[in-house]
Ligand binder design. Structure first.
Ligand code: ZN
Length: 193
């Protein structure tokens, strides 16, 4: 499991979502979207105990699909529009959907483990890139074996630029998301706070 890569993706998405916010508001964005980026891997509990490895409910199954990411983004958008929230519905829904999708997209490039049913429900096939540079250490051996520690160090080095960008005081390009969302809002004719 590419643990740190998922955390790095969540932090980057959280930083883009937070835009100019600082302090507790930025921290909340980091926590929420890092959580959403890691959320699909809860399916490992199911695959270990209740379903076979070939099932779409197994690890890297439907929870890792783009269909699930779209569904989560849509639910978040509907909920935030229905209930008053300090977070803008469209920006937050896009961030949630992208965070959810990031897990499966990164796992495709993970050196170990099974493929990802990325295109579910259109296609059940498990996809995997021929180029898989992200090291994949079994979670239980991350800090207890030489291989686990080596994988963790390699993944840390690869994720360092993302961590540095997300946690920097003034992240370059963070405001560019505001411009992109403005274009989407204008084209949809929606009002975003
Ligand atoms: Zn995963």
């Amino acid at each position: 499991m590419a643990t740190l890569a998922h955390v790095a993706a969540g932090l980057v998405i959280g930083r883009v979502h937070a835009q100019a916010a600082t302090g507790a508001s930025r921290l909340a964005s980091f926590v929420v979207f890092t959580g959403v980026a890691v959320l699909p891997d809860l399916d490992i509990v199911l695959s270990d105990s209740r379903v076979g490895g070939g099932s779409v409910l197994a690890h890297r199954g439907i929870s890792h699909s783009l269909g699930m990411a779209i569904a989560v983004g849509t639910v978040v958008w509907l909920l935030l529009r229905r209930f008053a929230s300090r977070w803008p519905p469209l920006r937050t829904a896009l961030a949630a959907g992208i965070a959810m999708a990031s897990n499966g997209l990164l796992d495709i490039f993970s050196a170990g483990g099974e493929g990802v049913t990325l295109l579910w429900p259109l296609v059940d096939a498990r996809l995997q890139s021929v180029w898989r540079p992200i090291p994949d250490a079994p979670v239980e051996s991350l800090l207890t074996t030489v291989r686990g520690i080596r994988c963790l160090l390699l993944e840390s080095a690869g994720c360092l630029p993302a961590f540095a960008w997300a946690l920097s005081r003034r992240a370059p390009m963070a405001r560019s998301s505001h411009v992109a969302l403005q274009v989407i809002r204008d084209s949809w004719g929606t009002k975003e706070r």
